[in-house]
Design a protein around this ligand. Structure first.
Ligand code: SAM
Ligand code: SF4
Ligand code: SF4
Length: 346
């Protein structure tokens, strides 16, 4: 599809927009596919069955690139590719190459379960990807199998991480969702692994995303508790955020080189500085991970709307944004209808 306005003068003028709480849009999460080869208990429990979008339903690489360009004109300078499992998308190279040709985008990151990382790391590097985050919840094969919902192939994941590091993806970040009674006993090993391998560990509080994971508040271990526990064997010292709106609270290890972060969406909500928008693989734009309202960007693209018309719709949507779900979460709100994280993009 041709982009009627890519070279227009307007496209070079960044018009930052603020929502009703004064928050800009800076960080765009783009889901490239909803399907996944894992069935993590907290995301797509394998007790349920799933049907995924057809290739026609997904945005094409050109549509994704065109939208990303439009969003940069409203202030976006970071893009994260996610899913589902983004490494299942066959034309990822075209998507990333297209994004890396957009000068306003300073950072293109990807979140992956790393199952296919070793095969694809070189392609990712060549396409212009700047950062990789790997999701890994346990180094114990039994726990890993339980949490990922598929027979653990830890060596494969670790080989993928090491190869990506050799290619220059440094530092790699590692997301660990902590679920009480599931992987809390594995944290010490994960901390040690991250220190030995120059990885920045991010411990994420288990969230009530979607309606499938049977979330319970009692399964959440507050980050504060984790910081206290880890400090007993690896003393920690808080460090400054890298930038305004960073979701992780960062600590450095006092006795060794390395850093760890905690994403405390449940116990210390950070909605006040949330500058993230999300586009699902089918082109729906969401203002919040817990939002059910959407702007159907695919419909606009495929009805041949101009960049200006699409921009106008995005501006109307963002400037009406008032979301702050994590500040209002209770055991009751978890029952609200939500969109699954693998559909919307994590
Ligand atoms: N499949 C890729 C992966 O797992 O890295 C990318 C998509 S996944 C939805 C993105 C991130 O969301 C992963 O790091 C995953 O651990 C996290 N996530 C999924 N469900 C979650 C939940 N209920 N609470 C907290 N984080 C969650
Ligand atoms: Fe797949 Fe990622 Fe969800 Fe796990 S968290 S089921 S790897 S999309
Ligand atoms: Fe942002 Fe919504 Fe999460 Fe709050 S709940 S931090 S507004 S995505």
């Amino acid at each position: 599809m041709t982009n009627k306005n890519t070279n227009s003068k307007e496209s070079n003028t960044i018009q930052e927009i603020l929502d009703l709480r004064g928050r800009p849009i800076k960080d765009l999460r783009i889901s490239v596919i909803d399907a996944c080869n894992f069935r993590c208990t907290y995301c797509m429990p394998n007790t349920k069955s799933y049907s995924f979008m057809t290739p026609d339903e997904r945005l094409t690489a050109d549509e994704i690139i065109r939208l990303a360009k439009i969003f940069t004109q409203l202030g976006v300078d970071k893009v994260r590719l996610t899913g589902g499992e983004p490494l299942l998308r066959k034309d990822l190279f075209q998507i990333i190459s297209g994004l890396s040709s957009i000068k306003e985008i300073k950072d293109i990151a990807l979140t992956t379960n790393a199952f296919y990382l070793k095969q694809q790391a070189k392609m990712l590097k060549d396409s212009g990807l700047t950062r990789i985050t790997v999701s890994l919840d346990s180094l114990d094969p039994k726990t890993n199998t339980l949490m990922s919902g598929v027979t653990s192939e830890l060596n494969r994941v670790i080989d993928g991480i090491r190869y990506a590091q050799e290619l220059g993806f440094n530092p790699i970040k590692m997301n660990t969702v902590v679920k009480k009674g599931m992987n809390d006993q594995d944290i010490k090993d994960l901390v040690q692994f991250s220190l030995n391998n120059n990885i920045i560990l991010r411990m994420i509080e288990y969230m009530d995303v979607g309606n499938q994971n049977d979330w319970k508040l009692e399964s959440v271990i507050p980050s504060k508790v984790l910081v206290e526990q880890i400090s007993k064997y690896a003393p920690l010292e808080v460090i400054e955020p890298n930038y305004h709106g960073e979701v992780a609270t960062r600590y450095r290890f006092k006795e060794s080189k390395g850093e760890i972060g905690f994403i405390s969406s449940v116990t210390q909500a950070f909605c006040g500085s949330c500058n993230r928008g999300r586009i699902s693989a089918s082109g729906k734009f969401y203002k919040c991970l817990f939002s059910t309202e959407e702007l159907d960007l695919r419909a606009l693209l495929r009805a041949n709307h101009s960049d200006q018309e699409i921009t106008k719709k995005i501006v109307e949507t963002w400037t009406q944004r008032n979301d702050n779900y994590s500040e209002t979460r209770t055991e009751q709100t978890k029952k609200r209808k939500k969109i699954e994280m693998y559909e919307m993009g994590g």
